[in-house]
Design a protein around this ligand. Structure first.
Ligand SMILES: NC(=O)c1ccc[n+]([C@@H]2O[C@H](COP(=O)([O-])OP(=O)(O)OC[C@H]3O[C@@H](n4cnc5c(N)ncnc54)[C@H](OP(=O)(O)O)[C@@H]3O)[C@@H](O)[C@H]2O)c1
Length: 328
């Protein structure tokens, strides 16, 4: 099969198309013929050699895909050849075929293309875990979502608002209008406004209830200023750095929680539980149109380097997708 590999760690031009052996499905695994795979920020780090795949995972980039089940391993209970599926992966998505546990599969919602479906798993599962499993966001609460035009951010804005929460979102100034369209009540342009001041203003001085933090250290001091009593600060991404100083007296007196989220390195049973929660609570909302993956652009598989350049330039609004084969 053809796959995109990293020839040696570096910039986007380190990506090459290579011929690799087809995956062999293990116990309860299926092979997916991949029709589309989506990019994630982590792919850029792996390409640069600073985020190696977890033990046992494919060294091929790609944390999510959509396609058709083409082979079944031993012990399969439910999956069938020909199923149209999307899946969260520990790696291996930038390839014509990938093996994955059958309980990690989600059916592609009716009406969605492979390219739209590939944009769902990592963004929406990460966002739902951050908002609801860790953040325990409730209807009527204020949720602050950073990098709200990113894959994860755009999913978080949709899920939070559909759950009845009130969303204050941040993004770069040029993307403010697009984020407003996703349903956020107030969108702050990060170059021109102070999100902490706006958070205090919209909450009448109380502070927000949940922070979906895709930025990390650069915003830590401002978070201390605008997270309310019993607030939940969920650390999901570190594009703004990993090392921050914290005033614990404030955390203590306001009875706040700081929670970390990671998806890729979790065990298969743990990820199956994440997939199951999402299937039960949210999957049907794609069929009725109340949730929709936000696709920025689609690139042919062989142009993965150009897609990486676009993500690295922070130019995308929503997900960048690679079309594998003819994508049909
Ligand atoms: N914990 C996990 O398991 C997990 C899983 C998936 C993703 N993540 C994290 O979630 C984040 C989003 O991932 P993604 O793949 O959806 O990203 P993405 O689509 O590449 O979007 C990232 C966006 O972050 C904003 N940004 C970049 N540098 C920034 C900075 N220094 N300060 C503030 N904003 C900045 C930019 O948007 P603007 O132009 O709007 O500022 C950029 O487009 C990443 O941090 C990623 O590592 C974590």
């Amino acid at each position: 099969m053809k796959a995109i590999v990293v020839q040696s760690p570096g910039g986007p031009d380190a990506l090459r198309v290579a011929e690799l052996p087809d995956p062999v499905p293990g116990e309860r695994e299926v092979v997916i013929d991949v029709r589309a795979a989506a990019l994630n920020r982590a792919d850029l780090l792996q390409r640069r050699g600073v985020y190696p795949p977890p033990p046992g995972a494919s060294s091929v980039l790609g944390l999510e895909c959509a396609g058709v089940v083409s082979a079944l391993g031993p012990g399969i209970a439910a999956a069938q050849i020909g199923d149209r599926v999307m899946a969260l992966l520990p790696g291996g998505g930038y390839a014509e075929r990938v093996a994955v546990h059958e309980q990690m599969l989600l059916p592609i919602p009716p009406g969605l293309s492979f390219e739209q479906a590939a944009a769902i798993p990592e963004a929406f599962l990460t966002a739902s875990e951050a908002l609801f499993t860790l953040g325990r966001a409730l209807p009527g609460e204020w949720v602050l979502v950073h990098a709200a035009a990113s894959g994860v951010g755009s999913a978080a804005v949709q899920l939070a608002t559909r759950a009845g929460a009130r969303v204050l979102a941040t993004t770069s100034d040029a993307k403010v209008a697009r984020v407003r369209e996703l349903g956020a009540e107030r969108v702050v342009g990060r170059e021109s406004e102070d999100f902490a001041a706006v958070a205090l203003e919209v909450t009448g001085g109380q502070g927000v209830d949940v922070i979906v933090d895709l930025v990390g250290a650069a915003y830590f001091a401002k978070h201390a200023a605008c997270l309310g009593s019993l607030g939940r600060h969920v650390v999901v991404g570190l594009v703004g750095g990993a090392k921050a100083e914290i005033d614990l007296s404030r955390v203590l007196s306001r009875r706040q929680s700081i929670l970390g989220l990671v998806m890729r390195t979790r065990s298969v049973p743990d990820k199956i539980a994440v997939v199951e929660r999402f299937r039960r609570q949210w999957l049907h909302r794609f069929a009725d149109g109340s949730l929709a993956p936000l696709v920025d652009s689609v690139f042919p598989f062989v142009d993965a380097a150009r897609a990486h350049e676009r993500m690295e330039a922070n130019a995308n609004v929503g997900k960048l997708v690679l079309r594998v084969g003819d994508g049909a």
